[in-house]
Design a protein around this ligand. Structure first.
Ligand code: SF4
Length: 304
């Protein structure tokens, strides 16, 4: 099990600050992750509370993407005419310290009905994006029922799921999961969130290979995190391994400026330099798009 060590500057007492960080956003990580995480390593840094989370940093807020203002119904966030986000849970297997939803500004719905009614009444929608929290925290029965209801809406084409579960809890990739994904009426797209190759232990690799073998479209997104993956060599190893596993690069995000995560920030100029290095050493299809998400504007490409 990982130990608690501090990264606070000298002169600050870590204990009360760590306790406050933990109270504000509890540490949570699955057993396999906790077993492997070592103080200061990429797993540890992503999941362990840090006293600096309590620092008030100008420009960093509880709702950095203004999702509360983009909410069109219970758990529904609409940023585009053809796609809509449905937050199906606020639970995750791992509480990532950099998560832009760590303050839980938009709550998941108590009932699917209002969301389904809204989606059914919007013929311009083509894709529903399940997000959270991690949608795969829900049971396969619940997800299959929801997917079935969405599949009965004639104008929908795709069901996208943003998840970290195949990596952090690989045993979640069961036959029941792949069955309803494969047999559902909507085309499934899984966007896998992973930031460092150390997350991809043997079970995680097997889980991703299993999804790929079932023909499910797998895309990768990551966040550029200071002290975790902010160099080209680290990202190249991750992206090469994901390509081998059948997971294609999609987005590399600059950190969303969420209160509590400022210590992960990587300057934009450095991010662009890292992308330039990646382009020189990976095929074009192996390089993600570097983006910054802006409230009201969605993802703004910075490179590629
Ligand atoms: S929503 Fe995703 S990034 Fe946020 S804590 Fe959960 S798993 Fe981590």
């Amino acid at each position: 099990m990982a130990q608690s060590v501090t990264t606070l500057p000298a002169g600050r007492d870590p204990e009360p600050e760590l306790a406050a960080a933990q109270a504000a956003f509890p540490m949570r990580m699955p057993a396999g992750w906790a077993h492997r995480a070592m103080p200061g390593d990429p797993l540890w840094r992503q999941a362990m509370p840090d006293g600096r989370e309590r620092d008030a940093v100008p420009g960093f807020s509880a709702d950095p993407l203004a999702e509360a203002a983009a909410t069109v119904g219970p758990g529904l966030i609409r940023k585009h005419p053809d796609r809509i986000l449905l937050l199906v849970t606020d639970r995750c297997a791992v509480n990532c310290r950099f998560c832009f939803r760590r303050h839980g500004v938009v709550a998941p719905p108590r009932s699917w009905e209002p969301a389904l009614d809204y989606i059914a009444g919007e013929p311009g929608l083509r894709e529903v994006i399940l997000s959270g929290g991690d949608p795969l925290m829900l049971s396969d029965g619940a997800l299959a029922r929801l997917a079935g209801r969405l599949g009965a809406i004639p104008h929908l084409r795709r069901l996208r799921i943003h998840t970290r579960m195949p990596v952090v809890v690989p045993e979640r990739v069961t036959d029941a999961l792949t069955d309803w994904l494969e047999r559902g009426p909507l085309q499934p797209v899984l966007v896998i969130h992973v930031n460092h190759v150390a997350e991809l232990d043997r079970p995680a690799r097997a889980a991703l290979e299993r999804l790929a073998r079932r023909g499910i479209t797998l895309l990768h997104q990551g966040v550029l995190l200071g002290g975790v993956n902010d160099d080209a060599a680290t990202l190249r190893v991750l992206l090469e391994e994901l390509l081998r596993l059948g997971v294609l690069p999609y987005y590399l995000h600059l950190l969303d400026p969420v209160a509590g995560a400022a210590h992960f920030q990587v300057p934009e100029a450095r991010a662009k330099a890292i992308l330039t290095e990646l382009r020189a050493s990976l095929p074009g299809y192996g390089v993600p798009r570097l983006v910054r998400e802006l409230p009201g504007r969605g993802k703004v490409p910075l490179s590629g």
